[in-house]
Design a protein around this ligand. Structure first.
Ligand code: URA
Length: 240
């Protein structure tokens, strides 16, 4: 049995407080009757829930934002290493979750964990032009020449060519900190792009995907469910 408020929060209707307000407002029905009791217990296998007149599907997808810590691998399982699924809080676990795209073991920041394969494909396919933004600390300053090469598309030593990327320095003006936007996910891509310019990445953190930014309230290693608006933000306003 699930609590109504917990279930709606998991389904992206907002924080636990938001959904409690929603339930008290009378927008939710349980088996045809308005239910204003946030902690009411139900079982979606047999109970019918409507929110704002729309039925709540039984086994909908979930989307989780994790502030990935360094030291865990972006995989569903690993014989030796701790994975991002191993550190998911108990109440967020469910079958078939996987990280949508990989961050290196030592990379931190925004990672989305979901059970929705179509969504992952849409977000990750270079053709969909969803830009992922990284903040990189470097061992040398960003130069105009590097910006030009990133914009043209870096070529690796094996001849593999990257799509055009956007390299800038943050407003803080820290010259060894770089912001990089890429819309593909080649293995160690950002590190290799800088390496092709003779520069080493000392620390790497993903800060946004499309227009969805890492929540600054999420401490390293913690997670939250994404709302429908969060998901939409991933796909609007991308650079083409
Ligand atoms: N590029 C990298 O080099 N590493 C990551 O984890 C992500 C992008």
């Amino acid at each position: 049995m699930d609590r109504l408020d917990k279930l709606l929060a998991q389904r992206g209707f907002g924080s636990r407080k938001d959904v409690q307000r929603l339930i008290r407002s009378g927008a939710v029905t349980l088996n045809g009757e308005t239910c204003r009791t946030p902690d009411c217990k139900l079982d979606l296998e047999r109970d019918e829930v409507y929110v704002g007149g729309e039925p709540l599907d039984r086994d909908k997808y979930v989307y989780i934002m994790m502030n990935k810590p360094a030291g865990v691998v972006s995989a569903t399982e690993d014989k030796r290493e701790k994975t991002v699924l191993d550190i998911l809080p108990e109440e967020m676990r469910r079958p078939n979750l996987f990280p949508a795209g990989r961050l290196d073991k030592d990379t931190e920041g925004l990672l989305i964990i979901t059970n929705d394969g179509d969504f992952a494909h849409r977000m990750l396919s270079p053709r969909k032009k969803v830009y992922k933004q990284y903040e990189a600390e470097l061992d040398a300053p960003v130069t105009e020449e590097m910006k030009r090469r990133f914009a043209e598309g870096i070529e690796f030593t094996n001849g593999e060519k990257c799509l055009p990327a956007v390299l800038s320095v943050p407003d803080s003006g820290l010259e060894r900190t770089a912001l990089v936007k890429i819309c593909e996910g080649k293995f160690h891509q950002v590190k290799k792009m800088f390496s092709a310019c003779g520069t080493r990445v000392v620390h790497l953190k993903r800060i946004s995907i499309g227009n969805l930014y890492l929540d600054s309230n999420l401490t390293i290693g913690s997670c939250k469910f994404l709302t429908k608006l969060d998901i939409e933000a991933i796909f609007i306003g991308n650079i083409h």
